[in-house]
Design a protein around this ligand. Structure first.
Ligand SMILES: Cc1cc2nc3c(=O)[nH]c(=O)nc-3n(C[C@H](O)[C@H](O)[C@H](O)COP(=O)(O)OP(=O)(O)OC[C@H]3O[C@@H](n4cnc5c(N)ncnc54)[C@H](O)[C@@H]3O)c2cc1C
Length: 461
């Protein structure tokens, strides 16, 4: 019989790896985990958590303005970037310690080291060149910012990783990218007082989101002073006396203090030894897995961003949990990737679940759209122009709600709760039968009575 040092070796101590390790250990497996940077992974150390703290900070400027309309005198406000970053770092250190304590309590052996696969059962720890023979291996190494193909001056460009550690708030920043991370950072910096330019090569920001959401958010971001430039790319960044000179593809020059790229994230597989272990990757460099997260090598599994299914923390956690239930809990479980609610913490916020209008119209012959845009009670009271968007996509045949898209305050909170109803297969009639909570923003979701658009397609002959 082959003697292994451990039942499970987890490579990567982020959302997916930590959950899998704890659950597997809870089932009695001997578990080891290696983390090369800091426990907690992207989400805790340089993703969701620090970002949300910066989002909170950035929203005060607008709230101070609003407060005046409600009779408050708000004078002498000022913002100190170093205080925010120091407090954020303190909170991240607290969370990292909690992750370490939880793993230790669960009897998971932690190695603070890079781990590399030497063959299908051997993991080498770079810190002390030690080799560990593992019966099963879980790869949960996440993703890494892609910085493009290397334009001139790329060494002056930061990614979201560095944005969390800037020594000072840039007065002027140019962000390239149109995904949610680019959009969120644009709103964070704008809220904190930076002059922000967002450059994106496509037609409009937030590709993959519903078109109304994309247009609505762009309008609202521009209303708040963010300059959005589409169908252009950054071609060169040059250091000049008073900052960085960014040359765009139409030869326009923009002078800024910082340039950040948020142009997508790539599966983190570089130098991991996947070839040596025989683990197959797809043409995007993501590890190929089946619905049980099993790779091309039967005793090696992969979860989270490295598999490029849906790159979100709750998805990585669910995949890690399902893996441990399946392999060590004797309970075959798959993570369900359908109808995953998600938020973009832009200003205003976005919350979405299910199909976009275009997806629904491709998949369903009869689609009803219920849509409203309105000024919130607070905005109307203050005489502001900002509008909120709510949109329901309904299957005209079954009346099932196929998608819901919200742009406005607390959209993320709303979509989490609404996600339960949509996941359960709620119909528009169920929405209509639900009493409104008044006065709230969310009540609009159950009071949209009139179809805004009806799209009918003849069945193919
Ligand atoms: C700026 C930003 C904001 C985000 N905001 C959100 C959000 O609001 N909501 C949301 O749901 N998701 C958000 N995400 C995405 C989320 O962070 C990821 O989907 C999630 O962290 C994926 O978890 P994971 O376990 O796959 O990988 P990760 O959390 O990235 O963990 C992988 C870990 O593996 C380690 N590692 C890599 N290679 C090795 C090796 N060879 N040896 C040892 N250790 C290794 C890494 O250091 C890392 O700690 C955000 C991401 C970013 C970058």
């Amino acid at each position: 019989m082959v003697d292994f040092d451990t039942d499970l070796f987890v490579v990567g101590g982020g959302s997916g790896g930590v959950r899998a390790a704890r659950i597997a250990a809870g089932y009695g497996a001997r578990v080891m985990l290696a983390e090369e940077y800091r426990l907690g992974g992207t989400c805790v150390i340089r993703g969701c958590v620090p970002k949300k703290l910066l989002v909170y900070a950035s929203r005060f400027s607008h709230e101070f303005e609003e407060a005046a309309g409600f009779g408050w005198t708000v004078e002498g406000t000022s913002f100190d970037w170093s205080t925010l970053i120091a407090n954020k770092d303190k909170e991240i250190a607290r969370l990292e310690a909690a992750y370490t304590a939880n793993l230790t309590r669960s009897n998971v052996t932690i190695f603070k080291s890079r781990a590399v696969l030497e063959d299908a059962h051997t993991v080498r720890l770079a810190a002390d060149d030690r080799r560990i023979r593992a019966k099963h291996i879980l790869i949960a190494t996440g993703a890494w910012p892609g910085m493009g193909t290397g334009i001139a001056g790329i060494e002056h460009v930061i990614s979201s990783n560095e944005a969390f550690h800037l020594t000072e708030l840039p007065k002027r920043i140019l962000i390239q990218g149109g995904g949610y991370i680019a959009v969120e950072f644009a709103c964070i910096f704008a809220g904190l007082g930076s002059e922000v330019t967002l450059v994106y090569r496509g037609e409009n920001i937030l590709r993959g989101f519903d078109d109304d959401v994309r247009t609505h958010l762009r309008t609202e971001m521009e209303r708040r002073g963010i300059k959005v430039i589409c169908k252009r790319i950054v071609e060169e960044v040059e250091k000049v006396d008073h900052g960085l000179c960014v040359v765009l593809s139409d030869h326009e020059d923009i002078i800024v203090d910082k340039v950040m790229f948020a142009t997508g994230r790539r599966p983190n597989i570089k130098g991991l030894g996947l070839d040596a272990a025989g683990v197959r990757v797809n043409d995007k460099g993501a590890i190929e897995v089946d619905r049980f997260s099993r790779t091309s090598v039967p005793h090696i599994y992969a979860v989270g961003d490295v598999t490029d299914r849906i790159a979100l923390t709750p998805v990585a956690i669910r995949e890690g949990h399902a893996f441990a239930d399946t392999l060590f809990g004797n309970r075959p479980t798959t993570a369900d990737h359908v109808n995953v609610p998600t938020a973009v913490f832009s200003e205003p916020e976005i919350g979405v679940i299910g199909l976009t209008e275009m997806q629904a119209r491709e998949d369903f012959p009869k689609v009803d759209i219920y849509k409203t845009t309105f000024r919130t009670m607070k905005t109307a009271f203050l005489g502001g122009e900002a509008r909120m968007l709510m949109k329901l996509i309904v299957d005209g045949a079954s009346d099932r709600v196929l998608g819901c898209h919200i742009v406005g305050p607390d959209a993320g909170e709303m979509i989490q709760v609404l996600g339960i109803a949509i996941k359960m297969g709620a119909t528009k009639a169920d929405f209509d039968a639900t009493m409104a909570v008044h006065p709230t923003l969310a009540e609009e979701l159950v009071t949209m009575r009139t179809v805004t658009e009806r799209h009918t397609r003849q069945a193919a002959e």
